[in-house]
Design a protein around this ligand. Structure first.
Ligand code: 0O2
Length: 200
């Protein structure tokens, strides 16, 4: 677990460096919030059971790639892609898996861009490569996902259908809000000093 924590810390540092550089050199911050978490051993065993696998260190190493998780919340969808590109292009990271739930939202409406990167962790025993899952999303996507997560816990995964329908509907509203805010943001960025807008 310690190696996963170190890998996670490295990714958090990388994102924090990008965030600081943007704020200082570009006077613009595409990253709103960064958080990280290590899955508990119970959580890992639970996930293995859901996948129908027996818990062993080898199966954990081979199949569970989100023990270390980092979440990057951005203001706009374009920022999500921008920060994703900047991180995954870094030479010491290897991209293992990408799941683009923004291009293809889940049936319940869930949206986020997930990537599993392999990070080298340098210890006294040598170099160890650990997977870290990074989830990129907008504030609206994050708002939706945290509420949905809470509802699932509250109903112990047996959520009434009308609530599920309403959640899916709310996800569409969140995506519309994202598109609208992005459009406004672009208009403001291209507003001329006289006040006229140049649409892009
Ligand atoms: P937690 O509590 O965040 O750790 P795979 O790992 O590819 O075999 P998995 O785990 O389904 O299969 O991968 P996926 O689809 O990339 O989802 C991983 C994580 O994304 C989940 O972790 C959640 O954090 C988030 N996620 C995925 N789908 C949903 C969703 O419908 N609603 C919400 N709120 N979050 C979602 P965990 O381990 O499920 O949970």
């Amino acid at each position: 677990m310690q190696r996963y924590k170190f890998g996670m810390d490295e990714v958090v540092t990388k994102v924090s460096i990008l965030r600081e550089e943007f704020a200082r050199d570009h006077a613009y911050n595409p990253i709103e919030h960064v958080s990280s978490r290590l899955k508990t051993l119970d959580g890992v065993i639970d996930k293995l059971r859901r996948k129908g696998l027996e818990p062993s260190f080898d199966t954990i190493r081979e199949t569970i790639t989100d023990i270390a998780g980092v979440r990057v919340t951005c203001s706009f969808v374009s920022d999500v892609h921008r920060v994703f590109d900047l991180l995954t292009r870094q030479a010491d990271l290897r991209v293992l898996k990408v799941k683009d739930y923004i291009a293809e939202p889940k049936a319940n409406g869930y949206q986020s861009l997930h990537v599993v990167v392999e990070v080298p962790v340098f210890l006294s025993t040598g170099t160890h490569h650990v997977p870290v899952e990074v989830q990129f999303r907008t504030i609206a996507m994050d708002f939706w996902a945290s509420l949905e997560h809470k509802i699932y816990y509250k109903y112990d995964r047996r959520v009434p259908q009308e609530l599920l329908d309403e959640l899916t509907d709310a996800a569409v509203t969140a995506a519309e809000l994202d598109a609208r805010m992005e459009r406004l943001h672009r208009e403001i960025r291209h507003r001329t000093p006289g006040g006229a807008t140049r649409r892009v």
